[in-house]
Design a protein. Structure first.
Length: 212
């Protein structure tokens, strides 16, 4: 009982910490697949049916990976999970809702858009205007994208996930729990102790990068 209480206290402390190790999440996610659309600037299309406009993208399955450490103080740009293609199935065309104003901008020769803003707009519209597939949009029309669409800094396509395909097994959840207790808790404690030592190096590294 005392051990369980100690683990619970440590768990709360880690979750509220500015930095914590999360290898247990990757163990859990290794058995999970997501369906999503890849927003790669060079592969996007523009489509409409009636008054509704869509971005045409590629849908396929992905796996989710977390950075080894979540650090909201030093490594603020590297905390979000990322998605990696999984499986060998051919991608399927998916149609993601956008506004008429964005569609008009995308058709302008001097128009400009970026993938992150498109991703945000699509995410806002999805609850009321769901993703569609080719067989649902017969009778619509393709349009040329003339505007410049900027990719994210990493040049990796943004992935808009909309469906978890399966759940992790009980065995994998048990393994993740063991990893959390045996690896993530001591790793988190050690990392937080090391933060004061690492902070000056991170600061100067970022400063020199900005100068260059």
């Amino acid at each position: 009982m005392k051990k369980l209480c100690l683990i619970s206290v440590l768990s709360v402390a880690i979750c509220s910490s500015c930095a914590y190790m999360q290898s247990n999440k990757n163990i859990t996610e290794a058995g999970v697949q997501y369906e999503g659309c890849s927003l790669k600037a060079t592969e996007l299309g523009l489509y409409n049916k009636g008054s509704q406009w869509y971005i045409k993208a590629n849908a396929q399955q992905y796996s989710k990976r977390y950075p080894l450490f979540h650090d909201s103080m030093l490594l603020t740009d590297n905390n979000a999970p990322h998605f990696k293609k999984s499986g060998h199935a051919e991608p399927v065309a998916c149609y993601l809702p956008i506004s008429a104003g964005t569609a008009a901008t995308l058709q302008m020769e001097n128009g400009y858009a970026n993938v992150i803003d498109l991703q945000d707009e699509i995410s806002r519209l999805l609850p009321e205007r769901p993703i569609r597939y080719a067989h649902e949009l017969r009778g619509g029309a393709n349009h040329r994208i003339a505007a410049h669409i900027e990719q994210a800094d990493t040049e990796e396509p943004a992935v808009l996930t909309f469906k978890q395909v399966n759940e992790p097994s009980t065995a994998r959840r048990a393994l993740a729990t063991a990893d959390f207790i045996l690896l993530d808790i001591p790793g988190t404690l050690a990392y937080n102790v090391a933060i004061p030592v690492m902070a000056p190096f991170v600061f100067f590294s970022e400063f020199l990068s900005e100068e260059n």
